[in-house]
Structures are given as structure tokens and as C-alpha cells.
Design a protein. Structure first.
Length: 452
């Protein structure tokens, strides 16, 4: 239910902003707007403003539209009780406007999606946020980072020349270069000395079972000390004397660098005694002998557990800007998101990235629901990302999308002629086929993710 509500709210916001772009520029260009609807289908509520535009709330909340006066909507205008003289119909019709005006009206929709993302990023920049820095944990053995000599406490400074300050920004850049070779990543070590290494991302296609692209390269965020947050009752950890607040120092004499490695070693030690060195909350140290109990996982395999809930504190950086700086950050982050998304789309088309990157409404709703549960900041970042994706998707030169109209306007500018009715009819069929194929692919990927 949360996912469904989050999806409806997210889609409503994006559609409202997108269609408002069409609406406001149409008005500025002198085009008569007949209706502005949030949703499709049966109209649940309506109100006519002083300009004669009917504002609608419709039954199916998965989209919306702006109905402008055109040759095809003259009869609809008459049914709505709008009486226009031939001169008024000709002067206020979208068809009669100059080419640059028609282009501006259509482009305004996707453009407003980019504006929404920029406003969100700017607002977050002004409020200030703490995010995990690019400080790295020790790379896992046999990963590209380990083979390149990357060490714990190094920080990533840029990816192919694009500066990154947070681990989220690093991860986004890596996702954008999936499927490509020779991606140069720059680092500084703990002494401040610069280093560079080329990474081969051609094996990262974005397939659903691959996992985190950054960590597959061996680039994992530094997590600091591993601390026991909770000890479960009647567990091996409680029986051995482990307490909340204990800091894990070593396992069988080997230093513990992060929670993931510690958990992995415990899981591999089912039924075998291990020695865990801890530092107590009062500063004293203790060696705890514990035998991880054996549990059977869903796939039938066995793993050890001690019954302790662990936590870790990553290295955070505070990012905050003044009003002017925030605007610059908003525009910059939106542009970077456009570039990354465009690069992923390009790689999907050429086949170097998997079509598993394409998500449908089920996945969007699921992620929206998770984002809401994580808090306002998480949801706003998700909304900005989806807004950029929607804006860019609409600019693809496929009939039925805004990009298809812009493509025909460009041809008209080059040839001096509008496309004929037959061309438009065929292009509409192509556009419908493309949208249905995209929807089917997204739904298929969603079902595979959800059903496993």
C-alpha cells in the first residue's frame, strides 16, 4: 500500500510539473488551452477558470494531459461550450503558431522536469546534508581496485575527470560508465599523494544479479569501527559475555576492518569456536570465546551466527551552500544526472549495458515506497532522479513522445514543410509500438526483480 501511494504521489508530482510546463508556455505563446487534467479517464471533479480552461481531476491517476486548441480539438471545444469565431480559432490554435513557438510549447514539458530536479538539488544544498565521503575501505582481494594498488583510507577525487565528493556521487558516475573500458579514477592516499588507475567496466552491464557496481570494482565506503548494537537473548553472543557497545577489534587475531568481513567470517565458522577481541565501553579490552550456532538458509546452505546486531559509522562529509552556490549546485547535479542517464541509455542501445537497467511502474513504486520510509531527503533525491529520467525519456525522438514532435519540427525547419497526414499516421503507430514495448520490458524486469 505504501509503495502504491508513493508511486501515485510521485507520478502526480512529475506529471503536474511536466504538463504545467506545456500549459504555461502555450499560454505565453497565445495558444488557447481547453483543459488541464491530472489523471485520465472519467472526470471526478472540474473547475473552469476565467480564461476558459477546464481544470480536471480524473479517475485514473497514472498520468495527465493538457488539451490545446488544434484542428483535431475544435469539435471538442464546441462540445465543451466554447464558441469561437473562425478568426479566433485560427489565431489561438496551436497549429497556427510559428515553428519556434510550437517547439517551445512541446519542449517546455521535459524542461520543467529538469527544473524540478535542479530546484530539489538546490534546496538540499542550501539545507546541508551529511553523506558518506569517498574514503575507501580495504578493497576485497582479486578486485580491480586491489590489483591497482588501492588501499584503505584512500579517497576518490574524480571519475574520468568529473569531480566526486561523496560516495553516492562516485557510485552514480560508475553506473553511468557501465559497459565501457578504460575509465580513469583518481585518488589521493592518506598522505595526500595523488594516484590514478584505469578500470575496465565492460563487464558491468547493469544486470539485476550483479549487485553494487562500485563494490564489484573493490570500491567500498570506509565504515570505521564495528560496534555491537544489540545482543539477542539466549544467543551464543550473550552466553559468551558480549555486550551492547562493545567495539569489535579482531577475530581469531586478525584485525576486523568492516562489518561485512566480520559477518562473512562468522558465517563461515558454523560450529567452530572463534575468539573475538573487543574493547568495552569503559575502555578495557576482553577476549570472547564463542561458537557460532548453525542456521539453515532458504537455499539449503548452512551459515554460522552469534546473535549480535552490528553497526558502523561511515566517514561523513557536510555539504552546504548559500543561495547562489545552491543554484549552481542544482544545475550542475541535474546536468550530471542527465549525462549519466543519457550515457546509460546510449549503452543500452549499443548493447554494452543490459536492458535490465529499464524499470517499470512496479519497480518505481517499490523504490518510491522505500524512499518514503527512509525519510524526506531520500524521497526528494529519488524524485529528482526520476524527474530527470522522465524528462530525458520524453526527449527521445520517437513519435508519441515530446521528442517525436520536436523531431518533426526540426525536419520542418530544415525542409520548410510539415509532415503529411500519412507520415504522421505511420509515425503514431511506430510510437505506440515503442511505448508498449518499453512498458512490457519494464514490467518484465519488475516481475523478475520482485519474484526473484
Amino acid at each position: 500500500m505504501v509503495a502504491l501511494l508513493a508511486f501515485i504521489v510521485t507520478l502526480s508530482i512529475l506529471v503536474l510539473i511536466h504538463e504545467w510546463g506545456h500549459y504555461i508556455v502555450a499560454r505565453l505563446c497565445g495558444v488557447r488551452v481547453l483543459a488541464f487534467s491530472l489523471g485520465f479517464g472519467r472526470v471526478l471533479a472540474r473547475r473552469v477558470d476565467r480564461r476558459g480552461c477546464e481544470w480536471r481531476l480524473s479517475a485514473v491517476p497514472f498520468g495527465g494531459y493538457v488539451m490545446m486548441l488544434e484542428k483535431d480539438t475544435l469539435e471538442k471545444a464546441s462540445e465543451m461550450g466554447i464558441r469561437l469565431t473562425e478568426r479566433e480559432a485560427a489565431s489561438q490554435s496551436f497549429d497556427s503558431k510559428r515553428l519556434w513557438q510550437r517547439f517551445a510549447v512541446v519542449f517546455a514539458g521535459p524542461f520543467m522536469n529538469f527544473v524540478l530536479a535542479a530546484v530539489i538539488y538546490a534546496g538540499i544544498a542550501m539545507a546541508g546534508t551529511y553523506e558518506p565521503s569517498t574514503r575507501l575501505a580495504e578493497p576485497a582481494p582479486a578486485t580491480q581496485a586491489a590489483e591497482a594498488g588501492v588501499r584503505e583510507d584512500w579517497r576518490v577525487t574524480s571519475v574520468n575527470g568529473s569531480a566526486v565528493e561523496t560516495f553516492n556521487a562516485l557510485r552514480l558516475q560508475i553506473v553511468g560508465y557501465q559497459g565501457e573500458r578504460d575509465v580513469r579514477i583518481a585518488f589521493v592516499d592518506d598522505a595526500g599523494a595523488p594516484h590514478e588507475a584505469d578500470f575496465d567496466l565492460s563487464g558491468l552491464s547493469g544486470e539485476m544479479n550483479q549487485g553494487d557496481a562500485a563494490e564489484l570494482l573493490g570500491l567500498a565506503p570506509w565504515t570505521g569501527a564495528v560496534v555491537v548494537g544489540q545482543v539477542q537473548e539466549k544467543s551464543p553472543a550473550e552466553a559468551a559475555g558480549m555486550k551492547p557497545g562493545d567495539t569489535i577489534l579482531a577475530l581469531n587475531g586478525a584485525p576486523v576492518r568492516n562489518a561485512a568481513d566480520f559477518i562473512g567470517q562468522v558465517r563461515a565458522s558454523a560450529g567452530k569456536g572463534v575468539v573475538i577481541d573487543v574493547r568495552r565501553a569503559d575502555g578495557s579490552t576482553a577476549a570472547i570465546d564463542v561458537v557460532p550456532e548453525t542456521q539453515t538458509l532458504e537455499d539449503g546452505s548452512r551459515a554460522g551466527r552469534i546473535g549480535a546486531v552490528l553497526g558502523a559509522m561511515p566517514d561523513f562529509v557536510l555539504t552546504r551552500e548559500g543561495p547562489l552556490g545552491a543554484i549552481a549546485v542544482g544545475v550542475e547535479k541535474t546536468w550530471k544526472m542527465v549525462v549519466v542517464t543519457g550515457r546509460v541509455l546510449k549503452n543500452i542501445v549499443v548493447g554494452t549495458a543490459s536492458t535490465d537497467n529499464i524499470s517499470g511502474p512496479l519497480m518505481i513504486g517499490d523504490v518510491a515506497g522505500q524512499a518514503v520510509q527512509f525519510g524526506l531527503l531520500s524521497y526528494l533525491l529519488f524524485l529528482a532522479m526520476i524527474s530527470v529520467n522522465l524528462g530525458l525519456l520524453n526527449l527521445i525522438p520517437i513519435p508519441l513522445l515530446d521528442g517525436g514532435h520536436l523531431f518533426f519540427f526540426t525536419l520542418e525547419a530544415l525542409t520548410g514543410r510539415k509532415p503529411g497526414p500519412k507520415t504522421l499516421a505511420v509515425s503514431q503507430k511506430i510510437g505506440i509500438a515503442f511505448v508498449l514495448l518499453l512498458f512490457a520490458l519494464g514490467m518484465s524486469n519488475d516481475l523478475i526483480r520482485i519474484l526473484g
